[in-house]
Design a binder for this molecule. Structure first.
Ligand code: HEM
Length: 420
């Protein structure tokens, strides 16, 4: 909460400087007679101008005379710029109430993302992003490289869990109305993060260059063609008219360079805003005394976050070992598409929307319908004026329930029709 952090902000002053080394000039005590000025030449008044005393600046390094050899003093002397930030984090507090549980999903999403970076870097040591070698390099990682199978499975499962957890994080912040003033930009940056996260899933899917991925990408990249100018965009994405080795190279560069770069940038802004504004409490909770107290972000909240991360990690290892994903058959662009081609589970709702709009120009209207819904969702903080006035906004709660229900029902319908 912004108000939680006021004290933290007030406590930003850097730690007291250590006493100066013997022999150094002592600072003047207020009220005490000033010692005779050393024989220093007074700055001359500029000719024709008014004399201005030299501007007094704070000591640029208050730690320079530190005699202490503890790690803290060593750190403070070298990273002075971080000292106020650390002081601030130590004072930051998180409100405790019956919905506090949902606060852990942002951190969990972050954890899965970090795991993606680490395992992704390891996979990069052996993966070859060309039509001729991609599939073989995946087989090599899976079968020959020590623990390669584990790294690959962890990467795949962690990707799924990251998407799952970002869905929970987004809907929970929606229902808690955490997007309300002054957190609009947290929500907006989060919306872009959400799109980037799905982009990771989409671009990563083709990389093993197997049959299912090939045809799913063929179908998925076909979709924008129904809107004006969409064919041009598809050509750029595919690097030609069809999905080929060119497409693989493009997906690869998006997956390992552009998307991580953008995500890191947006994530930094998102987390910075979280620190500046603090954690919100649901509307009316403070006034009605439903806040059970506050806990320190560091170390209490962070320690609980860490427990969530450990549980998440254990779950991933379990899934990787017990339910390893298949590599499938190598993609053959000349073979007919297998039956029942469908995208990854997090695109099922949109996939079904396209199928449901099966009338003439239906796909075009499905895309318009979906885009308008997505834009409305991203702009909710600016539309929900009641929440911004700290008043309950049940209409938006109902809208959130409708979005969630549509998502779950459509996803289930695909599962019922096609299986996993
Ligand atoms: C890569 C994806 C994301 C990561 C790693 C991430 C991370 C975080 C973290 C660590 C927090 C602070 C703890 C918490 O309240 O959970 C947070 C807060 C928040 N996030 Fe995200 N987030 C992501 C995506 C999103 C999305 C998709 C949205 C919504 C569209 C969103 C909206 C918010 C909001 C509104 C808050 C403030 C919560 C409050 O003040 O109570 N974030 N995020």
């Amino acid at each position: 909460m912004a108000e939680n952090n006021e004290n933290a902000l007030a406590g930003n002053a850097p730690a007291k400087p250590k006493p100066a080394a013997p022999g150094a000039a002592k600072p003047a005590v207020p009220g005490a007679a000033k010692p005779a000025a050393p024989v220093a030449a007074k700055p001359e008044a500029p000719k024709g101008g008014v004399y201005k005393p030299p501007v007094e600046r704070p000591d640029p390094n208050p730690y320079k005379d530190s005699r202490c050899c503890s790690f803290n003093a060593w750190f403070a002397e070298r990273f002075q710029v971080l000292v106020p930030v650390i002081d601030y984090l130590k004072k930051k507090e998180v409100p405790k109430h019956r919905h506090s549980f949902w606060y852990y999903f942002g951190g969990l999403t972050l954890f899965f993302f970090l795991l993606q970076i680490i395992t992704g870097l390891l996979l990069l040591q052996y993966y070859k992003p060309t039509e001729a070698e991609a599939y073989a390099s995946f087989v090599f990682i899976q079968k020959e490289v020590s623990y390669g199978w584990l790294i690959r499975q962890v990467h795949a499962w962690s990707a799924n869990l990251m998407v799952f957890s970002v869905f929970i994080h987004m809907f929970s912040t929606f229902f808690l109305k955490s997007y309300r003033k002054p957190r609009e930009l947290m929500w907006l940056s989060g919306s872009v993060l959400f799109v980037l996260t799905l982009g990771f899933g989409f671009t990563g899917y083709l990389l093993p260059w197997n049959e299912i991925a090939y045809f799913a990408t063929q179908v998925g990249t076909e979709v924008p063609k129904v809107v004006p100018g969409g064919a041009f965009f598809v050509d750029i994405l595919r690097g030609g008219e069809q999905v080929t080795g060119e497409t693989l190279t493009r997906m690869f560069s998006l997956h390992v360079v552009l998307l991580p770069g953008l995500l890191l940038l947006l994530l930094s802004a998102h987390l910075l805003l979280v620190q500046v504004f603090g954690t919100s409490a649901p509307i009316g909770y403070k006034e009605s005394g439903r806040i059970k107290g506050y806990e320190k972000f560091f170390p209490t909240f962070l320690a609980k976050d860490a427990i969530g991360w450990i549980l998440g990690f254990v779950l991933i290892i379990y899934l990787a070992v017990v339910f390893p994903g298949e590599i499938g058959l190598k993609a053959d662009p000349l073979s007919p598409a297998p039956l029942g081609i469908k995208p990854e589970w997090y695109f099922w709702a949109q996939f079904l929307l396209l199928k449901d709009f099966s009338f003439e120009n239906g796909e075009f209207y499905a895309i318009i319908f979906f885009t308008v819904g997505a834009i409305f969702w991203a702009l909710v903080p600016f539309i929900d004026k009641r929440a911004s006035r700290e008043e309950k906004s049940p209409v938006f709660t109902i809208i959130g329930i409708l979005y969630l229900a549509a998502l779950l029902i459509n996803t289930y319908r695909v599962f019922a029709e096609y299986g996993l």
